[in-house]
Write a protein that binds this ligand. Structure first.
Ligand SMILES: C[S@@+](CC[C@H](N)C(=O)[O-])C[C@H]1O[C@@H](n2cnc3c(N)ncnc32)[C@H](O)[C@@H]1O
Length: 351
């Protein structure tokens, strides 16, 4: 049954007369090899022939048109192909969240320049012979400097390669894509940005947590919880407002600073907080707590990056209940707690 289902799927994806194209390509091999001697230029030529207008002409039985396109392609095929870079958002982990466009670039790329947060399963969709360069930026060291990454991208594209720069989530959300685009544009290299599913949206979806609602939450922001110099300077007063709803990226390492800043700016200790660690991956964890308990929750449960902290959002706002796979954390009352310390609310409580 499985084999039959797979066959039906493949047949649905492929044109019925694909055999005609295969036979035409087979007959052309020698002619193409003699006309285009550089292997990389020849690969590009084949890609164009098998995916572009030549393919359509052959499949439509338009022989004269196919021959016209082929002669032109053989004439220009020997030229050194221009390199290009695609800055590709690979989403939060689950390869099924890749866009079709990301997939097309992955399948075509000669070179993959890979961030630390890109899930290894995504690399299965790339060509086996594509060169892989890992440039992960580890928050605890062991990273490739941004200037070096820019240099690699420019170098490979100038050598005529198709470069897929793989980034976690969306390239334009805390992804330093602008710096890479700037370096490539200054070097006159063509660059395309392929959007990806950003971590906040993927994590919210995993736990069924709407980030806006018609009645109550009319705006939602994303903020960073860390910079190269430590805690970011954010508009804490605005974030502490009762109607504020936001997602903190790169925040678990600074959970206590985020909590302290929000509380001193007047946020209610009972503000709901939801943390999703390793969203969409096999080791995903999600927990609901309150602002008062944020630091204890992170340290006691040992929550680590990558994680998104949602502040000011809970299921009750949308008339929903907390899903079973999201645990609730509540700090145990301690006899030693100082009197002025805020008392924890429950994860379901609104400020
Ligand atoms: C340098 S930022 C990159 C964000 C990325 N460009 C995006 O759009 O999701 C890294 C942060 O993204 C968040 N993140 C990325 N992947 C995640 C995941 N699978 N689960 C939870 N948070 C994730 C974490 O806050 C992590 O510290």
């Amino acid at each position: 049954m499985l084999a039959r289902a797979i066959r039906a799927r493949i047949e649905a994806l492929l044109p019925a007369n694909l055999g005609t194209l295969a036979a035409r390509a087979q007959a052309l091999r020698r002619r193409v090899k003699e006309a285009v001697t550089d292997p990389m230029a020849r690969r590009r030529l084949w890609e164009r022939l098998l995916q572009g207008p030549f393919r359509h002409a052959v499949l439509a039985g338009a022989e004269a048109e196919a021959e016209r396109i082929l002669s032109h392609e053989l004439k220009v095929g020997q030229r050194q192909p221009a390199g290009r870079v695609a800055l590709i958002g690979c989403g939060p982990g689950d390869p099924d969240l890749l866009t079709l466009k990301a997939l097309q670039h992955l399948e075509a790329a000669d070179i993959l320049v890979i961030d630390r947060l890109v899930d290894p399963r995504i690399l299965d969709y790339a060509r086996r012979d594509a060169k892989r360069i890992f440039v992960g930026k580890d928050p605890h060291g062991g990273s490739t400097a941004q200037s070096e990454i820019n240099r690699i991208l420019v170098r490979e594209a100038q050598a005529g390669k198709l470069v897929a720069r793989l980034k976690g989530g969306d390239p334009f959300v805390f992804g330093r894509a602008a710096e890479e685009m700037g370096a490539l544009q200054s070097a006159g290299i063509s660059v395309e940005v392929v959007p990806g599913v950003t971590a906040a949206h993927a994590c919210a979806a995993r736990v069924g947590l709407p980030v806006t609602s018609r009645e109550r939450m009319r705006q939602f922001s994303v903020v960073t919880g860390a910079t190269a110099k430590g805690m970011p300077g954010l508009d804490w007063a605005a974030l502490a407002a009762p109607e504020a709803a936001f997602a903190v990226y790169m925040g678990v390492g600074n959970a206590s600073g985020i909590r302290a800043n929000l509380l001193s700016a007047g946020a209610s200790p009972a503000t709901p907080v939801v943390i999703v660690e390793n969203g969409t991956r096999a080791n995903e964890r999600a927990v609901a707590t309150t602002l008062a308990d944020l630091t204890d929750c992170v340290s006691q449960l040992g929550l680590h990056a990558p994680a998104v902290i949602f502040v000011g959002l809970d299921w009750a706002d949308a008339g929903l209940a907390r899903p079973d796979h999201v645990s609730a954390y509540r700090r145990q009352p301690s006899p030693h707690r100082r009197a002025e310390e805020p008392q924890p609310g429950t994860a379901e409580a609104r400020p």
